[in-house]
Design a protein around this ligand. Structure first.
Ligand code: CP3
Length: 349
């Protein structure tokens, strides 16, 4: 089994730097578009055979060192009782938006196997199909990131409604976030029970806050999830799976992020990786952090940037190569294939 990724997450010696790519199963792959052409996005998430098929595509095509389950961070919103739709070119639409006590009270904390069993079925199927080739990463949105979609009703520019709830009705925000947090914790436990070998918590929108507000309105809930998950793995005698915490706009928030209790910190590209490692401090294990748009450069320029990231990572206790955010749909497929080859070749010990 290729366990380079899991070893790097634990800070153990590795023969080369492992790599996987956020959104590696996606529209930049013609193979993905072929499957997607025949069914809508949510149907793919909810059909374990289809989810498994597109999860495996980047393993075969790119030779990455980990698989990430094909699904979406917004699936639990629907399981909590909110409507969820994806429209071509518009992104997700959730309704009704969660903005008052009545809409918060209607939300439930679902039993994950009961309401999202298709996710755990996809994980169980994937573990069989992967048969030890590479580890499988499960994931969830961080409560703040998930909550912004639920409150705004979709993607947002300035997150006005989210901040208004926090400012005008902090108790309601807390009640709502307690439900989102409990849902996320149970969902991640179910993924680990089903066979996820690492989990990543996506906090794409953490950077909408000042560091103080990030700590009070986002990080507290992430800390609770990570602690509950780790205590549960200990009490169930489950081997600890690494927890990766990715925050967008990482640079302003690192001093807060490093108190989260995560094993690995995902770093975006707006900060030099050696800076991030120094600020996290001794024993830093990091994931990142090439600008996703670098993938549009000629390959020799991409290679220079890969070398730079690898050099900057040399002081880390562990490094998993990744982009600083998801690969964008227009990315040339051959450059992504080349990226994986470069990372493996240039980092070889
Ligand atoms: O990384 C992977 O390959 C695993 C699958 C995955 C998807 N979304 C598939 C997807 C993961 C881990 C996500 C996470 C996700 N989803 C995040 C956090 C990470 C990030 O990118 O910031 C967020 C904020 C979402 C919410 C979401 N899902 C949005 C805003 C959109 C629409 C924008 C877009 O890219 O079209 C999605 C749709 C989505 N999720 C697609 C995929 C492959 C595109 C759907 C399609 O095929 O039309």
């Amino acid at each position: 089994m290729n366990d380079t990724f899991l070893k790097a997450c634990r800070g153990e010696e590795v023969p080369y730097t492992p790599i996987w790519i956020m959104r590696q199963a996606g529209r930049y792959l013609p193979e993905y578009r072929a499957v997607r052409g025949k069914s809508d996005f949510l149907k793919m998430c909810k059909t374990p055979e289809l989810a498994a098929e597109v999860t495996l595509q980047p393993i075969d095509i790119l030779n990455v060192d980990a698989a990430i389950l094909f699904c979406d961070i917004l699936i639990p919103c629907e399981a909590m009782g909110q409507g969820l739709e994806f429209h071509e070119g518009k992104g997700p639409l959730l309704g009704p938006p969660i903005r008052d006590k009545a809409t918060v009270d209607k939300l439930s904390v679902p039993d994950p196997e009961d309401k999202m069993g298709f996710v755990m079925d996809a994980i169980r199927l994937l573990r069989k199909e992967l048969d030890g080739r590479v580890p499988l990463i499960g994931f969830a949105g961080a409560p703040l990131t998930t909550a912004t979609y639920m409150i705004e009703g979709g993607t947002s520019k300035n997150f006005l409604n989210t901040k208004m709830m926090i400012y005008e009705n902090p108790d309601l925000y807390k009640t709502f976030m307690d439900k989102v947090t409990a849902t996320t914790t149970e969902y991640l436990k179910a993924q680990v029970s089903a066979g996820a070998q690492a989990v990543q918590i996506f906090d794409t929108w953490g950077g909408i806050f000042s560091p103080g507000d990030f700590r009070d309105y986002a990080l507290v809930y992430v800390k609770r999830i990570i602690k509950d998950l780790k205590d549960w793995m200990t009490s169930e005698n489950i081997e600890q799976v690494p927890v990766i915490y990715f925050v967008g706009e990482t640079a302003g928030l690192l001093e807060e992020i490093k108190t989260s209790g995560a094993d690995v910190y995902g770093v975006d590209w707006r900060i030099n990786l050696d800076d991030a490692i120094n600020r996290i401090g001794d024993g830093a294990i990091v994931q990142g952090n090439l600008d996703p748009l670098s993938m549009f450069l000629p390959q020799e320029k991409i290679e220079e940037r890969v070398k730079d990231v690898l050099n900057r990572a040399s002081s880390a206790k562990g490094h998993i190569f990744n982009l600083g955010h998801g690969v964008v749909p227009q990315t040339p497929r051959e450059n992504v294939v080349a990226l994986v080859e470069m990372v493996h070749r240039l980092s070889k010990k």
